[in-house]
Design a binder for this molecule. Structure first.
Ligand code: EPU
Length: 326
């Protein structure tokens, strides 16, 4: 018997497969695109925990993104979209797939039209969207002020704050399927719910046409944004976090339920239930994803024991299913 056949595959061959995939991408993408191996993701998330992406790519055009989607599909590799890195928990062991960030300026378009509609690219930060809208005298997007996300992430999650939801202002979304096909989907063809858009689980948002309210005076828009910013600063923590960690259960508030259990300030390692708002887990400096997961389990158990309510995580767990770790 050939003993070589019994040897486990050398680790290098696994790394080699990723090297090969990254190399093939570099050849297919435009010179303005970036492709990297083992890119640390913690600095690219608002919670600042987690490991590396086996492959990380910044496409510079729809054609680049199409090439990534098709190459990944052909190789059986999963694509993970990274927005602004909020609402996201990256496991300590990293992500087995290609993580794609729409950070190139080509994705940050803001094009107002004469009818108070505006086309926005998926990579545009909500903060910049609000600033540009205010400058252009467009009203109705102020509730997005202060959500630390991009347009693409806000579409994927139907982000919301201050009583407004992203899809309240969406007229149509331009999407790419995982095999690279591009389509424009009207709002009416999308299944949208609290922190959820079904179609964007299996497709990538490229941008959207937003409907703003009638042209308003710039001062009024700015004042409303300042009022929201003030309210947020008073009620939400400043330390790194992923935003609210659990969804609000129907008719109740996760923050109130966690607070009632006396969990504010509770810690696992450097992960802490924020003393400011109990539905935020903050990173005091050196938290690991494992600390955050342990704290999530602890909070759920306490809330379940006290109120019988099962809190569901709102943040996405990259590359893993929450049900496997809870
Ligand atoms: N509350 C407490 N203790 C706390 C936190 C809140 O008793 O530690 C009480 C508050 O007093 C209030 C109620 O819970 O009576 C609701 O709290 P809050 O107004 O802060 O709103 P929320 O439901 O906790 C939601 C969104 C936030 C969004 C805010 C502001 C969810 C899970 N959270 O928070 O969104 O910024 O409204 O509009 O839907 C996010 O999704 O990541 C997020 C931060």
């Amino acid at each position: 018997m050939n003993s070589a056949l019994l040897q486990p595959a050398p680790v290098a061959s696994v790394a080699g497969r990723w090297d090969e995939f990254a190399g093939a991408l570099r050849l297919r993408l435009s010179p303005a695109a970036r492709v990297r191996r083992e890119e640390p993701l913690a600095p690219r998330t608002t919670l600042r925990v987690g490991g590396t992406a086996r492959v990380y790519a910044e496409p510079a055009s729809e054609a680049d993104l199409q090439a990534i989607a098709r190459a990944a599909q052909a190789a059986g590799i999963e694509v993970f979209m990274l927005g602004r890195g909020s609402n996201l928990l990256v496991p300590d062991e990293g992500v087995e797939g290609v993580v794609v960030a729409l950070t190139h300026e080509a994705w940050a378009e803001f094009s107002p039209r004469a009818d108070a509609r505006v086309w926005v690219g998926a990579g545009l930060r909500l903060k910049n969207l609000c600033g540009l809208a205010a400058k252009a005298g467009l009203a109705g997007l102020e509730f997005l002020e202060g959500i630390p996300g991009s347009v693409g992430g806000a579409l994927r999650m139907n982000a919301g704050a201050m009583g407004g939801w992203m899809f309240d202002v969406v007229e149509e979304v331009r999407v790419m399927s995982l095999d690279g096909k591009v389509q424009v989907r009207p709002r009416s063809a999308l299944h949208v719910d609290y922190r959820h858009c079904a179609e964007l689980h299996q497709a990538i948002a490229l941008g959207a046409t937003l409907r703003t309210a009638a042209l308003a005076d710039t001062g009024a828009v700015k004042r409303r944004m300042d009022a929201y910013a003030h309210r947020r600063h008073e009620s939400q923590p400043r330390e790194p976090s992923a935003g609210c960690i659990f969804k609000n259960p129907p008719g109740d508030s996760a923050g109130r339920l966690i607070d009632t259990c006396g969990l504010k300030g509770e810690r696992v390692g450097d992960a802490q239930v924020s003393p400011v708002h109990a539905n935020f887990i903050v990173n005091l400096g050196a938290a690991r994803a494992a600390d955050v997961l342990a704290l999530v389990r602890h909070i759920r158990a306490q809330v379940r024991a006290r109120s019988g309510i099962e809190l569901e995580p709102e943040v996405l767990l990259y590359g893993r299913n929450w049900k496997d770790v809870l």
